[in-house]
Ligand binder design. Structure first.
Ligand SMILES: NC(=O)c1ccc[n+]([C@@H]2O[C@H](COP(=O)([O-])OP(=O)(O)OC[C@H]3O[C@@H](n4cnc5c(N)ncnc54)[C@H](O)[C@@H]3O)[C@@H](O)[C@H]2O)c1
Ligand SMILES: [Zn+2]
Ligand SMILES: [Zn+2]
Length: 393
């Protein structure tokens, strides 16, 4: 079969590799119909991880079950399915508690596993024609309809970024009426805004520098903030002054000029605002520390790593950041981090798509055949016009 193989920084190729096989009784083989490129793949692509060459990339899989092992009971050949990016057993203590993102059994090196990702276990990715799915009954979420129908591009987003964005709103404690500030208008930030609006937030601000991405944020009713036009925290606070909640008649709520809920949908590859040609892993967390109101919540859904070989200094190379933790502590901000346990939300979000209550595919800009994936990485890496690329297999 054909697969997208990581060779090294900014070097990936489409190669002919052996077809996957059933290795354990609980495995399934899935023939992929659509898969996607993620901002998380760019961390490896850009050389900001210790990834070695030779790995099949991709962790956003959707397709049709081709074959199942003898231990698989629920899923059967011919089922249309989407899998979470997390590889998990479904039965260890963390999985039972709802933290399949920290499964204790599937990654020999640490807690938590995923397809096609550095340090996330030995699982080949899904930017390929077929893949092996371990623990298939746990992993495969059945989908209605037929491959290639008008919901194909919505359902594929259930593999990662739609539930991940929903999880970001959980971490940030978003609910009806709340004010939300989101840094990053990439696929995850845009869907975090979309989920905030689904959950009834009253004001949703989205910060980025890409006009194309900010335009999409505006199209769903969020308020775009371009950080090249000035300090985004000040911009949001000024706009908030114009709303009833913080005007003078509501003393002492002028202390709530920021937002209740903050979401970092950028991660450690944040552009430095003074010099956007450079990454500054402290930038977004520092801005959010200033923006979030006392007693607010912060969801850090953007990735931070413990090893970045291309970072600016020794501390940052080891994931040690200079952030205003004292300010966050004094404000009493609750912080949530980590990989999303996508499985927790997948079935509910699937049903919202099926019933026409959600259409997350508004973020997809490019649909490419596998042969064009290397070019799609190159374009997506500019973090501008290509807002999300899906691969048609
Ligand atoms: N926690 C999880 O389970 C999980 C799952 C999927 C993705 N992620 C992570 O979420 C993050 C976003 O993913 P994506 O696919 O949207 O990626 P992306 O790279 O396409 O988007 C990031 C966006 O942030 C913007 N940005 C950069 N610096 C900024 C700054 N200083 N202020 C405001 N905006 C800034 C960029 O212009 C870009 O539009 C990545 O770190 C990705 O790895 C985490
Ligand atoms: Zn992803
Ligand atoms: Zn587990």
């Amino acid at each position: 079969m054909k697969a997208v193989v990581y060779e090294g920084p900014r070097s990936i190729n489409v190669k002919e590799v052996p077809d996957p096989k059933i290795e354990k009784p609980n495995d399934a083989i899935v023939r992929l119909t659509t898969s996607a490129i993620c901002g998380s793949d760019l961390h490896m692509y850009d050389g900001h991880t210790p990834a070695k060459g030779g790995m099949i990339l991709g962790h956003e899989p959707m397709g049709v079950v081709e074959e199942v092992g003898e231990g698989v009971n629920i899923i059967k050949e011919g089922d249309r399915v989407v899998m979470p990016f997390n590889v998990a057993c479904g039965t260890c203590l963390n999985c039972l508690k709802g933290y399949s993102s920290a499964c204790l059994t599937m990654n020999p090196a640490s807690a938590g596993a995923a397809y096609g990702y550095v340090e996330m276990g030995p699982y080949p990715g899904c930017q390929a024609e077929q893949m092996r799915v371990p623990q298939a009954d746990w992993a495969c979420l059945q989908l209605p309809g037929k491959p290639g129908d008008d919901k194909e591009d919505d359902y594929v987003l259930l593999a990662d970024i739609f539930p991940t964005a929903y999880h970001a709103t959980e971490l940030a404690n978003v609910s009806a009426g709340k004010t939300v500030g989101i840094f990053g208008a990439g696929p995850v930030g845009l869907l975090s805004a979309y989920c905030s609006i689904l959950r009834g937030a009253s004001e949703v601000y989205v910060v980025d520098k890409s006009e194309k991405r900010l335009e999409l944020a505006k199209s769903i009713g969020a308020i775009p903030i371009n950080f090249t036009e000035g300090d985004p925290v000040k911009q949001i606070m000024e706009l908030r002054q114009e709303t009833a909640v913080v005007n003078e008649s509501l003393h002492p709520e002028e202390k709530l000029m920021g937002v209740e809920c903050g979401i970092d949908a950028v991660g450690y590859q944040a552009y430095d605002r003074q010099d956007p040609a450079q990454f500054n892993p402290n930038q977004v967390l520092s801005d959010l520390a200033r923006l979030i109101n006392p007693a607010g919540h912060l969801g850090v859904i953007g990735v931070y790593v413990k090893e970045d070989p291309k970072a600016r200094n020794e501390l940052e190379k080891n994931g040690i950041l200079a952030i205003p933790f004292g300010m966050m502590w004094m404000k009493g901000i609750s912080i949530g981090t980590g990989q999303a346990p996508a499985k927790n939300y997948q079935a509910y979000l699937r049903d919202m798509i099926t019933n026409g209550k959600a259409k997350p595919s508004f973020i997809i800009s490019d649909r490419v055949p596998i042969s064009e994936v290397p070019q799609a990485y190159k374009e997506f890496d500019k973090r501008d016009d290509v807002t999300k690329a899906v691969i048609k297999l």
